[in-house]
Design a protein around this ligand. Structure first.
Ligand code: ZN
Ligand code: ZN
Length: 641
């Protein structure tokens, strides 16, 4: 007998001879076998008959055989992961806590916590929820999408589902996008499941992670709460997978196995026959589409659900301020007026900008912005020090006296950073504001009770202060968000504003300061018109053939200095690509994000057919990998382009 073994390395499965006395249920077990001069732990993914491999010589023998790590469905899931994300199976295994499982050194003795079978029928308040309970109880696959009016509604629906079905629950995975959301949920879950709960996220110490995996494998913990990677936890049986804030881009990995935890939650649910519950205050365009075509079942918050009051749910007013009517100031008069009213009532106002420092510097004559020569990004003006600084490489210099392009002297601050907003507020209202931005140390609202009227923050502050409620919030960079060169720019801007609206008191106001007040997306935002927004976005994407109407795979090819000639080889490989049913965009050169590589070539391939795009991507990858001195990153279903 021979076994195909996968190691948690960038390798395909390798074949080994099985010892005579091996147990017959070898598939899915952890084994120890020689590889590159020493023994490594690996996973047996299949066992083959001797006759097929008789001629193979020098085949090495498996040394040690340990407990079962993967069931048949886990193996299919790993195979699918590797196939779909175009990564060797070893990388999929590595991402699935294989090393932690080995280190946890648990015996194959299972002491599973099993729920008592509860025959009591659950009274569901509405039809869709009754289907959720049915799926959990009978272990059927179905994906549900709950478009929640607020984050608290998301939590209370989950709480309710868990409370009502916990005795039928054979394992659950609950995902949140940010580590900061774990604490509140952990408390809620421990109230229901006690010791069955375990937490997995990237900030755990190595020891804690190994402990968590050991508890899961031993069956002591079967309710897993965590960020993205928790979706790959080695749980044997899963009745429910819940993905909170399902639209959040943090679910997509930017390195290693670049999977989207939301998407693989749906796939894992399908393969392991579990209920998948997606929820968000602003579901992604793709999920909305999936619920329109019947792939996900929408859960409607209705008046039949007294615990999720929706009908009387109020949202803050969204106000658009037209900057074309303003003079040179960074803050519009409307916002200043509201700020004055708010201080007189001891309220709190949050000002959101997208950069630190004072502003950028621009030439009024030719429009040229002062940029970092190395990084090609605008330099940020620090007024106090009279310098400009690059936020990428840290380069800092004295503000130039004249424009590099036209040599004119008409150079002025342009746009607003945190310092400039602070200065204008001080001038207009004689009030000191505090700045919450990356690198300013940790800060909490309670620490500064006297000066919390005005808070100025960068996107970092949105994460830090997301549980706070303000009387008003002003967003200064909406034009920048809408102008991103990415087909998901509008979606991201819409989601961002909806997310921020959760930080405004219901009777409060949310200001959007813009030079393009007629933008259609702003109208959808102002009216909280989700359906209008989704319909508009879907028709745009249909016209341009973008997801969900096509599949896309992004290749970033990094090239070392001195081998520029391989540019030509890459060009040739791309032009030889079979374009039947496939669209190839690029190659284009983009700034290299890796220090040791001088160039980066980007190609985007697009197709309506999943098989075609995966086959062609695999072929392309095979050809590119033969070139020397280059590094290739493949991103299937990229979120950022
Ligand atoms: Zn100029
Ligand atoms: Zn720089």
């Amino acid at each position: 007998m021979y076994a195909d073994v996968v190691f948690p390395l960038k390798l395909p499965p390798l074949t080994y001879k099985v010892p005579e006395d091996a147990p017959h249920d070898l598939k899915g077990r952890i084994i120890n076998a020689p590889l590159m001069g020493r023994n490594h732990y690996g996973l047996v993914v299949s066992v083959t008959n001797e006759s097929q491999l008789e001629k193979k010589k020098n085949i090495k023998e498996i040394q040690g055989i340990h407990h079962v790590f993967a069931s048949e469905s886990t193996l299919s899931f790993l195979r699918w992961l590797s196939d779909y994300y175009l990564a060797p199976m070893g990388i999929a295994l590595k991402s699935s806590f294989f090393e932690e499982a080995i280190k946890s050194a648990v015996s194959s003795q299972q002491s599973a916590v099993r729920a008592k079978n509860n025959e009591q029928k659950i009274e569901a308040e509405n039809y869709e929820l009754s289907l959720v309970y049915d799926c959990i109880k009978n272990k059927n696959y179905k994906s549900f999408l709950y478009h929640a009016p607020s984050i608290s509604h998301e939590y209370s629906l989950l709480n309710d589902v868990l409370n009502k079905s916990h005795s039928d629950m054979h394992g659950a995975i609950i995902l949140v996008p940010e580590i900061s959301q774990i604490e509140r949920l952990a408390h809620m879950l421990r109230n229901i499941f006690g010791e069955r709960v375990c937490v997995i996220h990237s900030n755990l110490t190595k020891k804690k992670r190994i402990d968590a995996i050991a508890r899961i494998i031993a069956g002591q913990s079967d309710v897993i709460l965590g960020t993205r990677s928790a979706i790959l936890a080695p749980l044997r049986d899963v009745s429910l997978i819940a993905v909170l804030n399902e639209h959040n881009p943090s679910y997509k990995g930017e390195e290693g196995l670049r999977y989207n935890a939301r998407n693989i939650a749906v796939m894992r649910g399908f393969m392991e026959k579990s209920c998948v519950l997606l929820s968000s205050v602003c579901p992604s365009v793709e999920s909305d589409y999936n619920s329109k075509i019947g792939k996900y079942m929408p859960i409607h918050p209705s008046t039949h659900l007294p615990i999720y009051p929706f009908a009387d749910f109020k949202r803050p007013k969204i106000k658009i301020t037209d900057m074309k009517k303003e003079k040179a100031a960074a803050i519009s008069r409307d916002i200043l007026k509201e700020a004055r009213d708010i201080t007189s009532e001891n309220g709190r106002f949050l000002f959101l900008v997208n950069r630190k420092g004072y502003s950028l510097i621009r030439c009024e004559d030719c429009g040229n912005t002062v940029q970092c020569k190395k990084c090609n990004v605008p330099l940020v003006f620090y007024k106090g020090k009279n310098t400009v600084r690059c936020h990428y490489c840290g380069h800092e210099e004295i503000v130039p006296e004249n424009c590099e392009e036209c040599k004119g002297f008409n150079i002025k601050p342009f746009g607003a950073g945190t310092e400039r907003i602070k200065e204008e507020l001080k001038e207009a209202l004689k009030t000191e504001a505090i700045i919450v931005e990356n690198g300013h140390g940790s800060w909490s609202m309670e620490q500064d009770p006297d000066i919390t009227s005005f808070v100025i923050g960068t996107p970092y502050a949105i994460k830090k202060l997301k549980d706070e409620k303000f009387d008003a919030v002003a967003i200064f960079n909406i034009d920048g968000l809408l102008a991103q060169p990415d087909f998901r720019a509008y979606e991201r801007a819409f989601q961002e504003v909806m997310q921020i609206s959760q930080m405004v008191k219901t009777e409060g106001s949310l200001y959007l300061q813009t030079y393009a007040p007629k933008n259609k997306i702003l109208r959808f935002i102002k009216n909280y018109d989700f359906q209008g927004f989704y319909d508009n976005e879907l028709s745009q994407r249909k016209t341009l053939d973008y997801p969900p109407f096509s599949r896309i795979i992004l290749f970033n090819i990094f090239i070392k200095r001195g081998i520029e000639k391989s540019l030509h080889d890459i060009q040739k490989i791309i032009s030889d690509t079979n374009t039947n049913g496939l669209e190839v965009l690029g190659p284009i050169e983009i700034p290299s994000s890796l220090k040791s590589y001088k160039h980066c070539i980007q190609i985007l391939i697009k197709s309506k057919d999943r098989k075609i795009i995966h086959n062609e991507a695999r072929n392309l990858l095979k050809k590119l990998e033969k070139l020397k001195g280059i590094k290739i990153n493949v991103d299937v279903d990229p979120l950022k382009i």
